[in-house]
Design a protein around this ligand. Sequence first.
Ligand SMILES: Cc1cc2nc3c(=O)[nH]c(=O)nc-3n(C[C@H](O)[C@H](O)[C@H](O)COP(=O)(O)OP(=O)(O)OC[C@H]3O[C@@H](n4cnc5c(N)ncnc54)[C@H](O)[C@@H]3O)c2cc1C
Length: 407
Amino acid sequence: MKKNLVVLGSGFGAFSVLKETDTNLYNVKIISPRNHFLFTCLLPSTTVGTIEFRSIIEPIRNIKDAEYIQAYCTGISENNNLIYCKDTDTKKEFEIKYDILVISVGEITNSYNIEGVNKYAYFLREVADARRIRIKVIDCFENASLPGLSEEEKKNFLRFFVCGGGPTGVEFAAELHDFIEEDVRKKYRGFEKLIEIILIEAGDKLLNSFDAKLSEYTLKIFKRQKINVKTNSYITRVTENEIFVNDGSIYNYGLLVWAAGNTATELIRNSTLPKNSRNKLIIDHYLKVNGSANVYALGDCTEIPDEPFPVTAQTAQRQGKYLGKALNKIAKGKEIKPFKYKDLGMLAYIGSHKALANTNQYKGSGFATWIFWRSVYITKLVSLKNKILVLFDWFKTFVFGRDVSNF
Ligand SMILES: Cc1cc2nc3c(=O)[nH]c(=O)nc-3n(C[C@H](O)[C@H](O)[C@H](O)COP(=O)(O)OP(=O)(O)OC[C@H]3O[C@@H](n4cnc5c(N)ncnc54)[C@H](O)[C@@H]3O)c2cc1C
């Protein structure tokens, strides 16, 4: 008889498991509040309209012969092989039995309990976040265009804050810069001197997971792009109109995008499964949760203690591919080998048609690397439809510019 395989999540880890798992061997159920897979690596490009939202998502129902349920898993009862769920819309609660459980619920954005962040900052994690940011960016320009405003009032609307100098914060600042440079200049004339992008980072450099030279190069390019980078600085409080920084300075602002780090989801925080001090599930080299017979976990919400992997899409995707194949073998009674990880490195876009490549074979930056960055992501997109749509969006942006309609 086929076993019940329940997969939590619809992100990089879960989607890769689902693509590999043979539905002739398992009854597959997917539980996730998000009914689509999201290619987060290109999400910053959607915040200003370089790429459209639907070009980087893939409906989870396109996965054949698997049942999808739009809900959160709210608890796991390991002893009863049972999960508790709550529907996101109707709030209906229900339980689901599993024979094998795969957890790939990722993490959420960390506000570090800083006053005002949850209320006033914009996170960048889901399509809905990117959509809110796009609307707000355009609102800032429209607000600054109202008649009768002083220079100072206009500047306040046009001060964009980005908190976090990791890849997400850097890529958002880069996309915003391109938007201002290529589109705002033509559509909101006279604003060039009033706009300010401030990127604030608590550490002493940007992109600390990249090679030091690439990090310095980014700083140099950002200086040229007039992005004001404040390292060794952090935000202490946010109100509707003001941002308070640790050096005592206070800024009025139009938009604050918060990309300062990740933390565990409520499900993992409240779970009794073995976790480390950062609330990551502890898994072994077969991606099995420590001490469990039938619960597997992967991606951002996990850690293998003696071999910590970078928290990236690449890691989750490779783990998912491995686990899907391993589960097929297990169903057939075949032996499985432990997961082996080969780091392919990281890429980041830094604006003005320049990107960084931090791979084992090649560490590079500039225009040629930007072409490489685009080619890699086109090949990594998960469906032919996504690839065609993204190529079309890039072409459309190049020819017509970004659309500043607000809706
Ligand atoms: C803006 C942005 C840009 C990024 N750029 C890059 C990049 O360029 N390169 C790179 O390698 N990485 C990048 N990352 C990181 C990458 O997205 C993550 O490392 C990757 O998504 C991790 O995969 P995952 O499966 O662990 O989690 P996710 O992909 O985050 O998926 C988690 C899934 O679990 C679901 N879920 C959450 N809670 C529950 C629950 N209680 N019950 C059921 N389902 C639940 C969520 O809805 C989601 O579907 C970026 C991330 C962001 C936010």
